[in-house]
Design a binder for this molecule. Sequence first.
Ligand SMILES: *[C@@H]1O[C@H](CO)[C@@H](O)[C@H](O)[C@H]1NC(C)=O
Ligand SMILES: *[C@@H]1O[C@H](CO)[C@@H](O)[C@H](O)[C@H]1NC(C)=O
Length: 381
Amino acid sequence: MMMHVSLFLSRLILPLLCIISVLDGAFVSGENDYVSTVGDSGMRRDAWNFCNEVGAEAPDMGSPRAADCFNLTSTSLKHRVSEKDNLLGVGTPFPGISQRALCNVDLYAVEKELYLGSLCQVPDSPKPWQFWMIMLKNGNFDTMAGLCPSNGKKTPPFSDPRRFPCFGKGCMNQPTVVHQKTQLLDGNTTLREAFSGTYDLGSNPSDGLDLISFYQVEWEKKRDAGSWQFRHILKTSKNYPWLMLYLRADATQGYSGGYHYDTRGMLKTPPESPNFKVRLTLDIKKGGGSKSQFYLIDIGGCWKNNGKPCDGDVLTDVTRYTGMANPETAACYPTKQGQGWIGDARTWELDVGGLSSKLHYYQDPGTTSARRIWGSIDVGT
Ligand SMILES: *[C@@H]1O[C@H](CO)[C@@H](O)[C@H](O)[C@H]1NC(C)=O
Ligand SMILES: *[C@@H]1O[C@H](CO)[C@@H](O)[C@H](O)[C@H]1NC(C)=O
C-alpha cells in the first residue's frame, strides 16, 4: 500500500540531501534516547505488512505513482510529465508497457514508475538519474484478506488484530492525490510545487482535517541558489492510525529499499559502507507524541544470506535496513534528548557509512562478507 511521487530536478545537481521537514499529527517522537536500531524494528516494511503492492487503485486517482519534472530556462518551465501521464491507471496502455502488466494493478504501478522515469531521465555519468522519491504508506493490514504474499507465496487469511490496525474491508486503500505542478513564482525567482491528500476516501481535506488523515508535501527552491526544501505534514486518523511519509534518495536502478522489482531514483552510484556521509538540514515544527517514530536517517540495502547481491528472487533476497532514530555519539548523531528537535533546527552531517559498516547482519556461516551497498537513503516518519 504505497504511493510514490517523484520529483525531478532538471539541470540542478544536488550532491546531498537537504530537507526541511514539518511533521504534524499523531506521529513522530524523538523523545527516546535511542542508539540505533537494526533491522525492521517497527515492522515498517515487513513483507507481512504492506507488501509493497497496490491492491486496488483509489477511484479516479490512477495507478499510485506520479512524477513532476521539467526543463528549466531563466523564464520558463516546461513540464515533461503531463497530468494525463500521472493519471494513467490499470488498463490504459503507455509506451513500453508489457501485456502482463496492463491488466494487473500491482505490475502496472511498477512499469508506470519506469515509464515516468523515462520521461524524467537526465543523462549523466556513470549513469542517468531520474528523481527524488517521496514515499507515503498506509500501515493498515487486513490479515483476513490474504492480499500479501509471504516469502513469495500466497498466504491464507489469518487473524492478528493486535499487531496490525485495520477497520475492516478496504482498510488497505490508496489515498487521494491533489497535485499542484511546479511553478515559477515571485518574478521567476522561486520554484514551488505541492501535493496532498487523504486516505479517508470520500472526505475532503478542504472541509477540515479534524477527523481525517492528511498528508502534504510541498517543495520549494530559489531558482539560482541553494537546495530544495521539502515540507512534510502527516496526520493520522482513527481509521488510519499508522502512516508513513519519507523523502528518499533511491538507486537509479535495482531493488532499492525493499522492492522485488526494478525502481528509479537519484543515486547514480549507491553508496557503500564505510565511506559515505549524509548531510541534511532538519527543522521539526511539531511532534507526534510517544507512539510515533522519526527516522533521522534510514538506509536500505539488499543481499542474500550467502553474501551475494540480490537478484529479485524473493525466496532468498533479504532486504536489510538500518534505521537511526537517535543514534551514536561517534558519528555526530544527536546525543541528548531533544537535540535537533522542535525549535532546534540544524544541519546534520552523519557518518552513516561508518556506522552501517559496524553493525551486525546475519550471514550463513562460512560465506564471504557481503559488500554493504545501500540502494535507498530515507528520512521521515
Ligand atoms: C526537455 O529537454 C530535452 C533535452 O533538451 C528535450 O529532448 C525535451 O523535448 C524537452 N522537453 C520539453 C517538454 O520541453
Ligand atoms: C518571468 O517570465 C515570463 C515569461 O515566462 C516573463 O514574461 C516575465 O517578464 C518574467 N518576469 C521577470 C520578473 O523576469
